[in-house]
Design a protein around this ligand. Sequence first.
Ligand code: NAP
Length: 315
Amino acid sequence: MTQHLMQVSQVPAFLMQAMQQEDYVVHDHAHIVDPMALGKVTALVGTGSESKVDRNLLAMLPRVKLIALCGVGYDGIDLDAAKERGVVVTHTPGAMTADVADLALGLMLAVGRRIPQADRFVRNGDWVMESFGMTRRLSGARLGILGMGRIGQAIAQRAAAFDMSISYCSRSAKPNLPYTFYGAVEDMASAVDYLVVAAPGGAATLNLVNARVLENLGPKGYLINIARGSLVDPEALMLALKTKAIAGAGLDVFWDEPRVSPDWRSLSNVVLTPHMGSHTEETRRAMADLTMANLRAFYARAPLPTPVPECRSPT
Ligand code: NAP
């Protein structure tokens, strides 16, 4: 039987190809061509960062029982509404962990050693007139990780190779990890040089990194955000960067992606990347494969490989 799906965001080309090879009919939520499609759709697909599925949308799709996300974050999904309608949400945890952690280290090096500025300095021919200014050492520096899950732990493993001292803040202490635990991010910020945000977005973590956290991070501290823009208070961060209340920031995620305001682009002490934590060919293929595995299992009525924790059946 032909299965009808609906994409609720653009999906990676690998995933679209795989769905077409499977003979799924994929409708586009932004351009519904067939007015009867809403009644035929049984699963939604989309990326973790761009998919927004609320109560109203689900009410328009009476047969949908699966939301298969190609990504790890699911803060755009109304989980209560999904669960009330018996809709299960799956994601692709683990597939992109290494890449996102790699990018976090890359951003730490980029802001501290000012690599993008150094590149422009050489390209502009400035080197013949003056020498490039001093930068800050990463090796041996103090790292604080907000969110010690899969990505946080992968960042810590990489940072250990740079002889960094490692602290973390998460909802619960992890006694099996050899790092210093802080229950409050404000306290951890006072004790680190680099604060890396690696916790989920959503209402529970909105603006967790606020003016006080940035003040505690201080004029020699750097903020790196590879998680979600919503975790950081944008006005507080802008002020801290403009007044040099912190030394700099490396940002892969923003508040209104992809419309990054010119204010951010004009700052000289930030390094900006376009939400590219998982953008490697290897990871994108692995994410597409895992999304397909969830879709195939759903249509075969088999156990789903990777439901989000809130949708797992109790063991
Ligand atoms: P994960 O394994 O679920 O880990 C999340 C961690 O955040 C856990 O340690 C959790 O603490 C902690 N946490 C949750 N709520 C918190 C709070 N209120 N205060 C402090 N810590 C809190 O998730 P992951 O795979 O590491 O991914 C983390 C996030 O990265 C995702 O949700 C996604 O938004 C983002 N991400 C970004 C990209 C990118 O391209 N830039 C790619 C993938 C993922 P406990 O362990 O104590 O519960």
